[in-house]
Write a protein of this length. Structure first.
Length: 569
């Protein structure tokens, strides 16, 4: 087997390994990284903008230990009319409902909508198209009873906007006395912050001791966020973090099939709902015991099991008559900015999921962030990062290109020998090995250095795909959003041209079929990049241009003038 065949086989082997790894992820219940299958998009139910009545499902019945009580999904219409109103800070516009004091809609004032730039991005929503809410309330403990839940209509008090020069906004919801318990829920929002302090004060208004549990839950439909791509996949679904098992993602499909596997009890951590670039999470103080559950909510006709709950239930000590208990929780609703997440709570930075190559991705992001601190432009920071990586891998690449240059230099001799011994394959193979020994050429010398760099490419791919700072970030000229595809497809076209130019600098394979494959493969690979974010395409272009320049210089130094080998179809 000659050198060209081996080179092609190594390239195919590397590509196959990446694809096998991707399919292994799928087989283990993970989302495909490349070419994910079509996602079934079940429309969220429409029942006056809320979950329908008479749909209570016991929390904890799907794939986990049952909780000691039932958390209601919906009840009959409350006697006191409920209302919704907006409150605003400099980064968030929130819609809260007096029914349970629940957070039912969030607008990100610093992030435009992916499809309509004139609108703000909406994460939580309770409308005819989507269901995604943050709720909390009280359920009975060992003594039984019915207490204020997220279906109890409360009275709101406090300002609705962050005043000029003010750093905090405090809003309070007070429930009526239900079963001898009054719940006072206080939201405290800070300027520039996406985490909200939510204080729950339980007051025993009865003459008897009360046993109660506080629950915090995130409820959403199972639909993918709008604006996704069919050429790459990002995770959408619940997640749990505990000190015991660290970060665990739980697919909607596993919850629905009763196969959800995650830590059920803990004294630390959080529950979350994650999607591309954004997440929501409930966080309880460390040391406070809590039960964790996830279930599919049966909402009946027209669709069943389209909504999912991620819940934490914290058992509280017995409340004596007249006594009160305060639980300080945090609700995070915002973008996955790594430095912000790290400061919130242990394990929160894992919501920005790099996958199995986190050990490589985190330092790459750190370096990219430092470069942005100097350059102040994410596009040029990507270019600078690729340049630094090329410098770091210079000697590996130099070895690969030197080996390719030597092979290119002896290619005429190989071609002549192949033609002369084309009817004697065994002798041809022996003669080829002799030429390699005499010329001191290693046919595999150009493959291994490239293979070593494949994990770095995949790690950087994860960084650029998951970094929310790229969302809406401009580069130059017509590129106004590095997280969106090039609107005019100029970058993908240029990337395709550089890929073909790099292919043309390689030695021409003697076999016509191999020659065709050497051109068809990069063309097919380039098709994906017409639908990839501009930041990823920029990375690949920069890498191609620097590789071409390095290959050109090395060939020239070795006395092998660069020559373009054009295809012959």
């Amino acid at each position: 087997m000659n050198d060209i065949r081996r080179t092609i086989l190594w390239v195919i082997f590397g590509f196959a390994m990446v694809m096998l790894w991707d399919q292994w992820q799928v087989a283990n219940g993970k989302k495909a990284t490349f070419f994910p299958g079509p996602v079934s998009q079940a429309s969220a139910p429409k029942v006056d903008g809320k979950l329908p009545v008479d749909a209570s499902v016991p929390a904890g019945v799907v794939g986990q230990a049952a909780l000691p009580t039932q958390i209601p999904v919906a009840t009959a219409a409350p006697a006191t009319p409920k209302e919704r109103f907006e409150i605003s800070t400099d980064v968030l516009k929130l819609t809260l409902d007096t029914e349970g004091g629940s957070l039912v809609r969030t607008e990100m004032l610093k992030y435009p909508d992916a499809e309509d730039k004139s609108k703000n991005f909406v994460l939580l929503d309770d409308s005819k198209d989507r269901i995604y809410m943050a709720q909390s309330g009280v359920v009975a403990g060992s003594t039984g009873g019915a207490f204020p839940t997220h279906k109890t209509v409360m009275v709101a008090s406090g300002p609705h906007a962050l005043a000029e020069g003010q750093n905090e906004l405090v809003l309070t919801f007070t429930s009526p006395d239900v079963g001898g318990i009054k719940l006072v829920k206080t939201y405290t929002l800070r300027r520039g912050a996406y985490d909200i302090a939510v204080k729950h004060e339980l007051i025993n208004t009865s003459a008897a001791p009360q046993s109660a549990q506080l629950y915090l839950q995130l409820v959403r439909d199972g639909n993918k966020p709008a604006g996704g791509s069919s050429f790459y996949s990002t995770y959408t679904g619940p997640a749990v973090y505990t000190e015991a098992k660290k970060f665990e993602k739980v697919d909607f499909a596993d919850i629905k099939k009763h196969k959800a596997d995650f830590e059920k009890t803990a004294s630390n951590g959080y529950v979350a709902m994650v999607q591309h670039y954004f997440a929501s999470a409930w966080i309880l103080p460390d040391g406070m015991q809590r039960n964790l559950s996830m279930d599919a909510v049966d909402i009946g006709a027209p669709l069943a099991d389209c909504c999912y709950r991620a819940t934490m239930v914290a058992p509280l000590e017995i409340l004596a008559p007249g006594a009160s208990k305060v639980v300080d929780a945090k609700l995070f609703v915002g973008p996955l900015e790594e430095k912000t997440l790290e400061a919130l709570s242990p394990g929160m930075e894992l919501l920005k999921d790099y996958g199995r190559l986190t050990i490589l991705s985190k330092p790459l992001y750190w370096l990219l962030d430092k470069l942005h601190g100097f350059i102040q432009n994410w596009g040029w920071s990507i270019v600078a990062l690729v340049l630094l990586l090329k410098i770091a891998f210079y000697w590996l690449n130099a070895k690969a290109y030197s080996s390719m240059a030597k092979m290119k230099a002896i290619n005429p001799k190989i071609m002549e020998m192949r033609e002369r011994l084309k009817d004697k394959p065994q002798q041809m193979q022996q003669e080829m090995m002799r030429i390699y020994r005499e010329e001191k050429v290693n046919p595999m010398g150009g493959c291994f250095p490239i293979m070593i760099q494949i994990p770095v490419f995949i790690a950087l791919y994860s960084v650029l795909l998951s970094t929310v700072e790229m969302r809406g970030a401009p580069w130059a000229l017509w590129i106004h959003d590095l997280s969106a595809p090039d609107p005019y497809y100029l970058l993908p076209l240029f990337m395709t041209l550089t890929t073909l130019l790099q292919t043309s600098l390689n030695p021409a394979p003697p076999d016509p079929m191999q020659a065709k494959m050497m051109w068809i493969m990069p063309l097919a690979f380039s098709v994906m990049f017409f639908f990839f974010p501009s930041g990823l395409v920029m990375y690949w272009i920069t890498n191609n241009v620097l590789s071409i320049a390095q290959q050109w210089i090395i060939n020239t130094r070795m006395g092998v003038p660069p020559k373009f080998n054009l295809p012959k179809f």
